[in-house]
Design a binder for this molecule. Structure first.
Ligand code: HEC
Ligand SMILES: [Cu+2]
Length: 486
C-alpha cells in the first residue's frame, strides 16, 4: 500500500517533469515565422541587381520569393583613403563597402563568389543573413582565379552585414571586406522617397593620419584598436563633396547604415535631424524619435526621417573626434524652400559644415570684450596666444596647425599665411570665405569672424607665426586695429 502511494507520487512528479520541456517546446513553436519562412515556395529564377554605395537596388515590392542569383567578384585594388593617401583595398565587387544585396524573405539565394585571378589571396564570405555554418564561409572559401557557388534560404527579415572571414579575419575586414544584405519582409518595406547605403569602417595605417603615399595596413594598431581613419563608405571623402547624398525638402529618407568595424562601435547621428524611425539593430523592433543610434561592429540599423528644411545635414559618428579628425563625416544636401517655422536660420555652428554651399556665418555682435591684461613681452604674447589658439582656432586648424584635409587649411608652413600679414589679420577679424589656395591645395569654405579682442588677435597670430615652421612675424595690437579700421 505504502509503496504503491510512493509510486503514484513519483509518477505525478515525473509527468510534471516531462511536461516542463513540452511547455518550452510549445513556446518555441510560437516563433512561427522562423519555421514557416523555410516553407515559402520558390519557383522562378532571377539575377540579383547589385549596387555600389551609396546606391541600393530596386525595392522588392510585392514580388514572390524567387531563386535569386548573386554573382559577386572579389577585387584587390588600390584606392585613395584621403587626399594623397593611397591604400590597398580588398573589396566585394570593387567598392568599400561591397555591393548591396537586396532580397526578400523566403528567397533561395544562389551565391557565386569569384576571386579575380590578379588577386593575391584566398577569400570567402560570411553573410549574417545565412542560417548555416560560418554564414557560408566554409562553402565559399575560394583561391585567386577560382569561383565557388553555394545556396541558402533567407529565413529572417532584416538588414545584415556580410564580411570576409578568411584568416587573419580582422585584417580582411580592416582592408574593406564588408557590405550589407537586406532581407525585406513579405510585401516589402514601406515606400520612401530616397534610400541610401552607408557603412562605417575603421582603418589602420603604418603612417599617421594624413601621412602621404601608399600606406600599408598596420596590424599592431589594429590589435590596439587605435584607428588612424574612421570613415563612411571607404574613404574620408566617401560621403562628402561629389559623393554627398541628396534629398528635397518634404521627402522621406531611409538610410541603410552598417558598421564593418573591424573594431569600433558607431554612435550614428545626423546633425540637424531626428530619426523619425529606427529599425533597431536592423531587426523588427522600431524605435521612434531618436537622436543617435548605436551600431555595433558587424551590425546595422535602418533609419528614416523626413527632411523639412533645406541645408547640409552632417552625418557623423558622434564619438566626435572620429568625425572631425578621422573622417567619419558625411553630407546630405537638402534642397528646397526655407521653412522659418521649423528653423529660423539665425544660429549656426560653422565647424559643422566644413564644405559646400549654403554656409552662413555666425551672428555678429559688435561687443568684443577687450582683454584687460596686455602681454608685456614676446614670451607673454606667445603664452597668451597659445591659450587663445587652443580655445578658438584649435577645433578647425588642429593642435599642430596641420588643418584637416579638404576642410580646414593648415596654418603650419602656410604659404598663404606667410605671404601677407594684413590678409591673415583680416581673416581673423573679418572672417574669410571663397576659394583660396594654401600650399597647393584649394579650399572653398568659410571661416567665420572670430570674436576675440585686438589684443588677442595680435597674440594668437604672433603665436601662429612663431610656431610650426612659419616666418616669425610679430603682430601688434596696433597692426590689428589698423586692419579693423580699413
Ligand atoms: C570653425 C572653423 C575655424 C576656426 C574656429 C578658425 N578657422 Fe581659420 N579658417 C577656417 C577655414 C574654413 C578657412 C578657409 C576659408 C576659405 O576657404 O576661404 C580658414 C582660413 C584661415 C587662414 C588663411 C588660410 C591659411 O591656412 O593660412 C588663417 C590665417 C586662419 N584661418 C587663421 C585662424 C585663426 C588664427 C583662428 C583662431 C583665432 C582661426 N583661423 C579659427 C576655419 C576656421
Ligand atoms: Cu578576404
Amino acid at each position: 500500500m505504502k509503496s504503491n502511494q510512493k509510486l503514484k507520487r513519483n509518477l505525478v512528479k515525473s509527468i510534471a517533469l516531462l511536461a516542463m520541456p513540452m511547455f518550452f517546446v510549445a513556446c518555441l513553436n510560437d516563433k512561427k515565422e522562423e519555421t514557416s519562412t523555410a516553407e515559402i515556395p520558390v519557383n522562378q529564377e532571377m539575377m540579383a541587381e547589385l549596387t555600389a554605395p551609396p546606391n541600393v537596388p530596386t525595392p522588392v515590392g510585392t514580388r514572390k520569393a524567387k531563386k535569386l542569383k548573386v554573382n559577386m567578384e572579389i577585387l584587390e585594388q588600390e584606392g585613395e583613403l584621403t587626399s594623397g593617401v593611397r591604400y590597398n583595398y580588398w573589396t566585394f565587387g570593387g567598392s568599400v563597402p561591397g555591393s548591396f544585396i537586396r532580397t526578400r524573405v523566403g528567397d533561395e539565394v544562389e551565391f557565386t563568389l569569384s576571386n579575380h585571378p590578379d588577386n593575391k589571396l584566398p577569400h570567402n564570405i560570411d553573410l549574417h543573413a545565412v542560417t548555416g555554418p560560418g554564414g557560408g564561409a566554409e562553402s565559399s572559401f575560394v583561391a585567386p582565379g577560382f569561383e565557388k557557388t553555394f545556396s541558402f534560404k533567407t529565413l529572417n527579415p532584416g538588414l545584415f552585414v556580410y564580411h570576409c572571414a578568411t584568416a587573419p579575419v580582422g585584417m580582411h575586414i580592416a582592408n574593406g571586406m564588408y557590405g550589407l544584405i537586406l532581407v525585406e519582409p513579405e510585401g516589402g518595406l514601406s515606400p520612401v522617397d530616397k534610400e541610401y547605403y552607408i557603412m562605417q569602417g575603421d582603418f589602420y595605417t603604418k603612417g599617421k593620419n594624413g601621412e602621404r603615399g601608399l600606406q600599408p595596413f598596420d596590424m599592431q594598431k589594429a590589435v590596439d584598436e587605435n584607428a588612424d581613419y574612421v570613415v563612411f563608405n571607404g574613404s574620408v571623402d566617401g560621403l562628402t563633396g561629389d559623393n554627398a547624398i541628396t534629398a528635397k525638402v518634404g521627402e522621406t529618407v531611409r538610410l541603410y547604415v552598417g558598421n564593418g568595424g573591424p573594431n569600433l562601435v558607431s554612435s550614428f547621428h545626423v546633425i540637424g535631424e531626428i530619426f523619425d524611425k529606427v529599425y533597431v539593430e536592423g531587426g523588427d523592433l522600431i524605435n521612434e524619435n531618436i537622436q543617435t543610434t548605436l551600431i555595433p561592429a558587424g551590425g546595422a540599423a535602418i533609419v528614416e526621417f523626413r527632411v523639412d528644411v533645406p541645408g547640409s545635414l552632417v552625418l557623423v559618428d558622434h564619438s566626435i573626434f572620429r568625425a572631425f579628425n578621422k573622417g567619419a563625416l558625411g553630407i546630405l544636401n537638402v534642397e528646397g524652400e526655407e521653412n522659418e517655422k521649423i528653423y529660423s536660420g539665425e544660429i549656426y555652428e560653422g565647424i559643422y559644415l566644413p564644405e559646400g554651399p549654403g554656409i552662413q556665418s555666425m551672428p555678429t555682435t559688435d561687443e568684443i570684450v577687450e582683454s584687460d591684461v596686455p602681454a608685456k613681452s614676446m614670451e607673454e604674447q606667445m603664452k597668451f596666444g597659445k591659450q587663445v589658439y587652443m580655445q578658438t582656432c584649435f577645433a578647425c586648424h588642429q593642435g599642430e596647425g596641420q588643418g584637416i584635409p579638404n576642410a580646414f587649411p593648415p596654418l603650419a608652413k602656410s604659404d598663404y599665411l606667410n605671404a601677407d600679414v594684413n590678409r591673415a589679420i583680416s581673416a581673423v577679424v573679418n572672417g574669410l570665405s571663397g576659394e583660396i589656395t594654401v600650399n597647393g591645395e584649394t579650399y572653398n569654405s568659410v571661416m567665420t569672424r572670430q570674436m576675440i579682442s585686438s589684443e588677442e588677435v595680435a597674440n594668437v597670430l604672433t603665436y601662429v607665426y612663431n610656431s610650426w615652421g612659419n616666418n616669425g612675424t610679430v603682430v601688434s595690437k596696433e597692426m590689428v586695429e589698423k586692419v579693423k579700421n580699413q
